[in-house]
Write a protein that binds this ligand. Structure first.
Ligand code: FMN
Length: 375
């Protein structure tokens, strides 16, 4: 790890997020870039995510012997080299032909857990193979057919995924105005159907309907607007894996998660892609932490771009963060190497941030190290 941190040799992927985004834009068709970069509605949530990070400032300590700084941490007993995971991002094949195979291989190199989306461009088994001895979790968009849901998570368990992340903020798609103006949806074009097409239970369901097409039937069963707490039980019974809920923003829901024996939550607003005008994740975090305390691990995403961002999230109670668009843009620009460079840059930035803040370990980061300012 220390070699990796000092040896930032490759330079084809820009360091700063804005440059990364601009460079990625050059590699993509307008519709694809808009799909990835945009948020729902007038993009207030998208902007708020960043503003929230800017409203908190680190108050460094000095002369604290930072000759050795460790990024290592654990989540539910799972050891990880840094408090970072790669967020579930669907249909990565529209960004780069190698898609999830490249990002899963890159994450394995750094032992950063890779969270594979239900709507990935490759099957979860193919992604597992590319991830090899790496750490991987599976994200479930809970289908409106519980047998298919169970089949997905069982396949994930067999393929070596170590946790299930159920995304709960998508009973339907957000009002993505840019995609609607462009009349573009990779989902409707079938870019995320690999896991469905390969699923034995889905295939049986298809066979029972002569003439049915994979994509049409997937679209029929994809959304589960009735999703509720009782739906957790079949998943719990199907697999022996920890269950995380992604898309929690209200302290009451965090408390419900504890009551229902959920193993962890991801404080997320889906990178501003679902509900517009909604609370920034960093603003939601302190009340959630106050309510659930240490009863379950809290992960956070949406707007995490740098080492200082990660530091602030951890100071306010997160145990780890998920990187979304930054690694997706790295993938777009340079495939596996691009994702590796983004991970490397973020690790380097986090280590620098900790050292300059007088903090030697992840466990030492707390609210004493930051202060809210108003701009
Ligand atoms: C292009 C794109 C596709 C995404 N696909 C999924 C998905 O399949 N499942 C999911 O739970 N979240 C998905 N997300 C949300 C991410 O997991 C994560 O919450 C979000 O990217 C965090 O915001 P940030 O990228 O601005 O940091 C997607 C996000 C983007 C940008």
């Amino acid at each position: 790890m220390s070699d990796v941190l000092v040896n930032v040799e490759r330079k084809d992927v820009p360091l700063r997020f804005e440059d990364l985004e601009n460079e990625a834009q050059k590699h993509l068709d307008k519709n694809v870039f808009d799909y990835e970069q945009s948020g729902a509605g007038i993009e207030e949530t998208l902007r708020s995510n960043r503003e929230a990070f800017s409203n908190w400032k680190i108050v460094p300590r000095v002369m604290r012997d930072v000759s050795t700084v460790s990024l290592h941490t654990t989540i539910n007993g799972q050891s990880i080299p840094a408090p970072i995971l790669l967020a579930p991002v669907g249909m990565q094949g529209i960004s780069h032909p190698d898609g999830e195979l490249a990002s899963a291989a890159a994450s394995a190199k750094y032992e950063v857990p890779f969270i594979a989306s239900t709507v990935s461009s490759y099957t979860l088994e193919e992604i597992a193979e590319a991830n090899g001895n790496g750490k991987r979790w599976f994200q479930l968009y809970y289908p409106n057919n519980v047998e298919i849901a169970k089949s997905f998570v069982k396949r994930a368990e067999i393929a070596g995924y170590e946790a299930i992340v159920i995304t709960v903020d998508m009973p339907l798609i957000g009002n993505r105005e840019r995609d609607r103006s462009n009349q573009y949806s990779p989902f409707l074009l079938g870019a995320g159907k690999a896991n469905y097409a390969a699923d034995p239970v889905f295939q049986e369901y298809l066979a029972a309907k002569p003439g049915a097409a994979v994509l049409d039937e997937m679209l029929q069963t994809f959304y589960r607007p009735g999703l509720n707490w009782e739906d957790m039980k079949p998943i719990r019974d199907a697999v022996d894996l920890p269950i995380y809920l992604k898309g929690i923003l209200h302290p009451d829901d965090a408390e419900e998660a504890v009551k229902h024996g959920i193993d962890g939550i991801v404080v997320s607003n889906h990178g501003g892609r679902q509900l517009d005008g909604c609370i920034a994740t960093l603003d939601a975090l302190p009340l959630i932490k106050e309510r659930v305390k240490d009863k379950l691990p809290i992960l956070l995403d949406s707007g995490v771009r740098s080492g200082p961002d990660i530091f602030k999230a951890l100071a306010l109670g997160a145990d780890a963060v998920l990187l979304g668009r930054p690694f997706l843009y790295g993938l777009t620009i340079a495939g596996q190497s691009g994702v590796e460079q983004v991970i490397q840059n973020v690790l380097h930035d986090l280590k620098t941030t900790m050292s300059l803040s007088g903090i030697k370990s992840i466990q030492e980061i707390n609210a004493n190290a930051i202060r809210k300012t108003y701009r």
